[in-house]
Structures are given as C-alpha cells and as structure tokens.
Design a protein. Structure first.
Length: 238
C-alpha cells in the first residue's frame, strides 16, 4: 500500500518556533481529548498516535492512563528524533507512517489530532488503519480543519505559509465517507471544550471572540471510527 505522505522532511513546519510551539498550544486540547475519549484504563493495551510530532500526546496519555505499549508515527524525522530523546523509560516507539503497512490487528486504540487534513489520500489512510486495528478497535480523530468551517479559506493560506506539507480541503462528509467505505462504524461529536477558552491577542485564526466560541462549540469535532463486523455505508442508508 502506498504511504500517504513523503517521509523525506525533517519537520512539518518550516520554522522551529512553529514546530516547538505545538506542544504548548495543543496541550489543553490533548487533555480534553483524553478526558473525552480515553478516560479509562489502558492497562495491557497497545496505543497508536498517528501524527505524533514530538510525542507530547502519548506522553500525556501515559501520565493519565498508562498503557502496555505506545507507538507514534510521523513523517517528520527531526520530530521523531526529539520524541525518542524524551521517552524517559516509557514503553513507546516512534517510526514513520509506512511502518504501519505491514501491521495487522495490532492496536486496541488509535488517536490523531488535526492530522487528517494533511493526508492526500484519505481512502488509503482509512484502509491502513482498518488493517492495523484489532477487531472492535477504535480510532479517535479530532479535526477542525475542513471546508464546512466558515474561516477555512483564510486558514488554508495561514497554514500553507509555514507548513512543509500540502493542505487538503476536505469536508466532514469526506472524512466520514472515507472511513465508512473502509469498513468502519463512524460516529461523531462536537469537540466542545469545557470551562474557559484561552484567547490570544491578534490571533489570525480567531480574530473575534465569537470565532473561538463557534469553533470549539461546533466546528471542531471528534470522529470515532470503530472496526467491527458491521459494514455500514453512508450512501445506502444502511
């Protein structure tokens, strides 16, 4: 199976500041995702983080719910090297996405956070994940980057200005359909941050407070892709 992305880049962003800032900027979002999707015991479980960057999500997840083994994959070799240096004895390994191609029924649960919009072939990714997950395994994918989001045209320009990876313009239906066609049961819920939403002055992504409120209340979602014997299809209504 062809890999979704080229793995000959050192980092996904063309500035070190943008790359290093991801852990800080995403930490509270990862916390919320873990509380929403992974607030349970992962003892004896094997966990995948697709698009792991410098390993921050797997580190945070292990602190909340220690797992037997964690695997992080990313296209950025420099990020993977940094992640490996920060292991601190945790049962985690890091590799590039094509390492998943040979795996069958390995993972109990998988996660990705704002990764799907960078994949040029959603169908290939969905098929790869279906093979890599165990029966009844679940893949949680958080995504706010999609064409149904009213600021998407502006965001494409902003992200493209520093990303070493081409930005894809998918709708939420595109994401859902790709995984349904791969054989997943698909469900979705709003990301819906609780508590106070942090604000930044002169934030190009959220120029107004109402933009922040709308995005985290409705635009950003978490998909739940479950591998099971059922094989529903959105086009048939089954």
């Amino acid at each position: 199976m062809p890999t979704n992305l080229h793995t000959d880049i050192k980092s996904w962003a063309n500035t070190d500041n943008e790359e290093d800032a991801m852990n800080d900027d995403h930490h509270y979002l990862w916390e919320h995702m873990i509380q929403t999707c992974a607030n349970r015991s992962y003892a004896g479980k094997t966990v995948l983080d697709y698009g792991c960057n410098q390993g921050g999500f797997l580190e945070l997840l292990y602190a909340h719910n220690p797992y037997q083994k964690g695997v992080g994959v990313d296209i950025a070799t420099q990020s993977l090297a940094i992640a490996s240096q920060k292991l601190g004895g945790k049962p985690v390994e890091f590799n590039t996405p094509e390492s998943l191609d040979a795996l069958r029924s390995v993972f109990d649960v998988a996660f990705s956070h704002e990764v799907l919009y960078l994949l040029p072939d959603l169908a290939a990714h969905a098929a790869q994940m279906h093979k890599a997950l165990k029966q009844n395994g679940v893949y949680y994918a958080a995504i706010g980057c999609h064409t149904d989001q009213p600021q998407w045209d502006e965001w494409v320009s902003l992200i493209s200005s520093y990303s070493n990876v081409s930005v894809q313009s998918y709708s939420l239906d595109d994401y859902a359909n790709a995984f349904m066609e791969a054989g997943f049961e698909v469900s979705v819920q709003p990301f819906k941050l609780s508590g106070f939403f942090p604000l930044k002055q002169n934030n190009p992504y959220f120029p107004r407070v109402t933009d922040t409120l709308r995005y985290y209340e409705s635009d950003k979602v978490i998909f739940r892709f479950k591998k099971s014997n059922a094989n529903t299809n959105i086009n048939t209504g089954a």
